[in-house]
Design a protein around this ligand. Structure first.
Ligand code: DAH
Length: 355
């Protein structure tokens, strides 16, 4: 059938229509699945190559014409034009707010602690989680057979050199058990004076429970210069503890042993819940956070051992320094009253959203 004839036929048929039903019937007759125009469209592919383009264009023009005739007629029969059916955009409507994420509580606490030390002139340095045995132990004056190594000794890796068949490399590699090895890295590559804090993940051969995890975060800190004294360590740590836990807390330094410091001390703050006031009395009334002791241990510290200085080529007669190391989870747990370390790592949004 001639295309122009079809068009003329549609035009006359559409004029005589008087209901929306009839209009729909006409749409189906021409544009429906078995409609005349649809049939013509199907015919295009059967034509010889040379005729396809021309015929295709004519069919498309016819289709547009029929569509626009239907579109014009519809409102005259009381129907809505299809354009009016498209909902207008309401620019006054509130948008869909996408929920924003935020930093993990441990990242927040790490940043807070580093910022406190930044203000006191410390810079932030990071080290690798895979360390050499020397940096993790020997350089820090922890000899091979030292009993304090037991709690640390774990997660050894095959050296890439071994894998390549390049013979046994002398240096064993392991996941670091503390951030102290970065002391060795910094001290053997820079000249004093320096003051550095080192945040990062560490690994231990610990079974997981409410207060232990095989992986956790530490912040190491150290300062080396001529004439650094234990009182400098006390001043810096007091400033830090007050900035985190408030000006009212008290501090105490308990003698302790660490191989890489001499003298060494563990540092406690007065209990942030009971401040020591509920310490006495019967079992029932004891503070559940400090267990009635009135004090909470927050970190280990001391004056850098002369052997450590010798291991990195710094003259211990010329320079002195202090070092300290703390667990970020422990600080966060005390600060926010969190009673289970596993909560940090389970990714439960009900927990994480609170911070
Ligand atoms: N490296 C120790 C640990 O992981 C923490 C520590 C204690 C670091 C005393 C120090 C220090 O720098 O002086 O248990």
């Amino acid at each position: 059938m001639d295309i122009s004839l079809i068009q003329a036929q549609v035009e006359s048929e559409i004029q005589n229509l008087n209901s929306l039903e009839a209009l729909e019937a006409l749409r189906v007759k021409y544009l429906g699945r078995k409609g005349l125009v649809t049939e013509l469209t199907g015919k295009i592919a059967t034509l010889p190559q040379g005729e396809r383009a021309g015929f295709g264009q004519q069919v498309n023009a016819l289709k547009s014409k029929v569509l626009s005739l239907l579109e014009e007629k519809r409102p005259t029969l009381g129907g809505q034009s299809s354009k009016a059916q498209i909902r207008p955009c309401d620019i006054g409507m509130p948008g869909i707010a996408h929920e924003l994420g935020h930093l993990h509580i441990l990242t927040q606490v790490t940043e807070e602690i580093c910022a406190i030390f930044n203000r006191m002139g410390f810079s932030v340095v990071e080290g690798p989680e895979v360390e050499t045995e020397f940096n993790n132990f020997t350089g820090l004056n922890i000899p091979l057979d030292h009993p304090s190594r037991d709690a640390f000794d774990t997660f050894y890796l095959k050296s890439p050199l071994d894998k390549l068949g390049a013979g046994k490399s002398k240096e064993k590699l392991l996941l670091r058990s503390h951030t102290s090895p970065v002391q060795i890295r910094v001290m053997s590559s820079r000249k004093p004076p320096f003051a550095v804090v080192v945040p990062g993940r560490v690994y231990r051969p610990d079974a997981v429970d409410a207060s232990h995890s095989f992986m956790f975060n530490q912040i190491e800190g150290f300062m080396v210069d001529k004439g650094i004294r234990f009182s400098d360590l006390k001043g810096v740590l007091e400033e830090f503890a007050k900035a985190v836990f408030g000006n009212d807390i008290k501090m105490r330094f308990r003698p302790h042993f660490f191989p890489f410091t001499e003298p060494s001390a563990e540092v406690d703050i007065s209990c942030i819940i009971c401040a020591g006031h509920r310490s006495q009395g019967d079992q029932q009334k004891r503070c559940s956070v400090c267990g009635g002791k009135g004090w909470l241990e927050i970190l280990g510290s001391g004056m850098i051992h002369p052997n450590v200085f010798k291991n990195v080529g710094i003259d211990p007669k010329k320079y002195t320094g202090f070092a300290f190391g703390m667990g970020v989870e422990r600080i966060a747990m005390l600060k926010y009253g969190i009673n289970d370390i596993r909560l940090f790592f389970e990714n439960d949004l009900r927990f994480l959203k609170q911070f």
